[in-house]
Write a protein that binds this ligand. Structure first.
Ligand SMILES: [Zn+2]
Length: 360
């Protein structure tokens, strides 16, 4: 069986290394892709990339569909005498998966393979074997024999690193895992939606915005929304899912392969706009797309920051469930991604006037 084009495209995007603040490889790739389906493509100084598609109605709504470019990672803070790197986190890699984890250090001279060191099991006390060391005690080993050699290889304070987590197809033709499914899958959804919208007439105008610095505080989207001043923001991002043996049935009670997630509320951020929520529900019903309504008590997305930044915006988040969040083996189901594209494409086609967005 041939791999789905969506999976192939997601594989291509996850192969790029683009930690927060170093998103250029992804930004260049999306600029090239958006140029194929937009009237114009713009970039701002922060790095956000915008693909504009003008609608047929001059006073129609402007709809921003957005996903973040950056991935979680690490940043070298110092080089120790033996050539090891101390580091801090970029965003929120899960600490317990770090000891023994392969990483790629993006030095000024090019990528270097490395590993986060781990104490020999033989000498760990029974209690120590169950503890995750503090980040300040962890280190990256790139095979350098001295600090001087690491420096010669282009490593310095501020050198970023990412998980090594190669794209892996499972025996299930729909399930894949690897690094930065968060949020390259979201980017692929935005690009696919943009390409489908380019082929149809729409009253609304669209701006497809790939934004920076989500993993360190939802920053790029806020800048983008202030700039673009959209009437509607739809953020597409991954969401941690349940359904694994280590979670109770009522913890993260949604699963991969169960359809797109519609966030009714992020308890720390977004309250999804009521009329948008109903429009998406109705569209899902009409198209036979399963929709998982969720309340996210932990995470936040760019929809929250974009809405707060620019104010008068109807905002909604559509989520892709993925297991093993913020590790090198994030797993998802490509049928969910396919349904996200289908759902958003058809739902935004129904937004033709700003009056539709009013709550009363
Ligand atoms: Zn994300």
């Amino acid at each position: 069986m041939t791999a789905s084009p969506l999976a192939t495209r997601t594989a291509k995007y996850t192969a790029l290394d683009a930690p927060t603040g170093f998103e250029e490889p992804v930004l260049r790739a999306v600029r090239d892709d958006l140029q194929q389906c937009s009237q114009r493509v713009e970039v701002d100084v922060r790095g956000n990339v915008f693909g504009y598609q003008d609608g047929s109605s001059a006073d129609g709504p402007l709809i921003m569909i957005t996903a973040h470019a950056d991935e979680i990672g690490f940043l070298a803070t110092s080089i120790l005498a033996g050539g090891y790197l101390r580091f801090t986190k970029l965003g929120g890699p899960t600490s317990m998966v770090l000891p023994g984890q392969r990483v790629r250090v993006l030095s000024r001279s090019g990528p270097l393979e490395g590993v986060i060191g781990v104490k020999p099991g033989h000498i760990l006390s029974p209690a120590g074997a169950h503890q995750v060391p503090p980040i300040a005690e962890m280190y990256i080993d790139v095979g350098a024999e001295s600090a001087e050699q690491a420096a010669e290889w282009g490593i310095e304070a501020g050198t970023p690193a990412v998980f090594v987590g190669e794209w892996t197809a499972t025996q299930n033709p729909n399930r894949f895992f690897g690094k930065c499914v968060d949020n390259r899958a979201g980017i692929v959804a935005v690009l696919e939606i943009a390409e489908r919208l380019a082929k149809v007439e729409a009253a609304a105008s669209f701006v497809h915005a790939i934004v920076v610095e989500e993993e360190v505080g939802l920053r790029g989207a806020a800048v983008a929304a202030l700039d673009v001043k959209p009437d509607v923001v739809i953020a597409i991002d991954t969401v941690p899912s349940g359904g694994t043996p280590d979670l109770k049935p009522d913890e993260l009670p949604w699963s991969i392969g169960g359809g797109p997630l519609l966030k009714v509320r992020e308890t720390r951020g977004l309250s999804t706009h009521g009329p948008l929520r109903e429009l998406f529900r109705q569209t899902a019903e009409e198209k036979g797309i399963p929709l998982q309504l969720i309340v996210d008590t932990a995470g936040m997305t760019d929809a929250a920051s974009a809405q707060q930044a620019s104010g008068n915006i109807a905002a909604l988040t559509i989520g892709l469930a993925r297991k093993y969040s913020h590790s090198a083996v994030e797993m998802f189901d490509v049928r969910d991604l396919d349904q996200i594209v289908e759902l958003v494409f058809h739902a935004v086609g129904k937004i033709t006037t700003k009056q539709q967005l009013l709550r009363i």
